[in-house]
Design a protein around this ligand. Structure first.
Ligand code: DAK
Length: 258
């Protein structure tokens, strides 16, 4: 597959996608989002890939939706073409774990894309924000909802109403990112985490991801019931037999991903 707005490196069992419009701080235009969406769908269907990392460059993960492209959009066009919905949400449909590795700015749609990923690892230089208020709009790819769930109302209101940027340390403190690492180690650290995840049974990582995501959709008791049913279901997998057997026999498990 040939892409012109992203770069794909497959290092089985993980894949690395680099957003690649450096002249505009990786502003997310339709072409880039279509390529990203297509690439994610292909990787998700590829059994040799068990974790995916999405990153940008040292200055920008992504500076948001492409304002130049968005400027001329009117309501009827956005509605008819399903602006955003058509090709922005593939990452949320991936069953393969996806890690966002963020250096530099992750603003507007860039912050939203990072928040759609399962894990967010930040370089010390990372800066997150939802500056749409400055353009006379509001977040449109889930920012007002995912940010609020991740960091709570106080910070979400602060970021959405002032449009200010939040640094990596603040982002870790308030729960938006899971780890902060040195800039020069960002991609290697993210790939190491991806390899660690990919080293487990894909059945196990997929059901763990599904269970955690369920917490955003349901009440506590319904979520616990859901988790319990997934756990019982996991007792039927070959990898559960292998995992428990390997532990008791003091050997490394040989996963079949079934
Ligand atoms: N779009 C297009 N071009 C962008 C861009 C963007 N988001 N961000 C930067 N660029 C371009 C700049 O125009 C500049 O282009 P040239 O002048 O060189 O041609 C080039 O990238 C370098 O940028 P700067 O010269 O500004 O670089 P600095 O280092 O000084 O500043 C910056 C970097 C990232 C802080 C600054 O560029 C900036 O503030 N950028 C805009 C950030 C922003 O406002 N992002 C939010 C975009 S709005 C919707 C759903 C979703 C959305 C909207 C609607 N609906 C459902 C309707 C999502 C909206 C957004 O994401």
């Amino acid at each position: 597959m040939n892409y012109s707005n992203i770069l794909l490196e497959k290092q089985e069992p993980v894949a690395l996608i680099r957003l690649n419009r450096p002249k505009v701080h990786n502003a997310l235009n339709n072409a880039l989002m279509s390529e990203l969406s297509e690439c994610l769908a292909a990787l998700d269907a590829d059994d040799t890939v068990r974790a995916i990392v999405i990153t940008g460059n040292e200055k920008a993960f992504a500076a948001g939706a492409d304002i130049a492209e968005m400027r001329s959009l009117d309501f009827s066009q956005a509605y008819r073409e399903e602006f955003i919905t058509a090709n922005w949400e593939q990452v949320t449909r991936c069953r393969t774990p996806v890690i966002a590795a963020v250096a530099g700015v992750a603003l507007g749609g860039g912050c939203e894309l990072a928040m759609m990923c399962d894990l967010l690892i930040a370089a010390e230089s990372a800066r997150f924000g939802q500056p749409e208020v400055k353009l006379g709009i509001l977040p449109g790819a889930g920012g007002s909802q995912r940010l609020t769930r991740a960091v709570g109302k106080a910070k979400a209101m602060d970021l959405c109403l002032t449009g200010r940027m939040m640094g990596a340390e603040e982002a870790e403190r308030c729960g938006l990112v899971s780890r902060v690492v040195a800039d020069e180690q960002l991609v290697e650290e993210a790939l190491a985490v991806a390899r660690e995840i990919a080293g487990y049974s894909a059945m196990a990582t997929m059901i763990n991801k599904e269970a955690v995501n369920q917490a955003f959709e349901t009440t506590l008791q319904a979520g616990i019931d859901y988790e319990r049913r997934l756990l019982w279901a996991s007792f039927t997998t070959e990898d559960r037999q292998e995992g428990m057997g390997a532990f008791l026999e003091k050997r490394a498990p040989a996963w079949k991903h079934r």
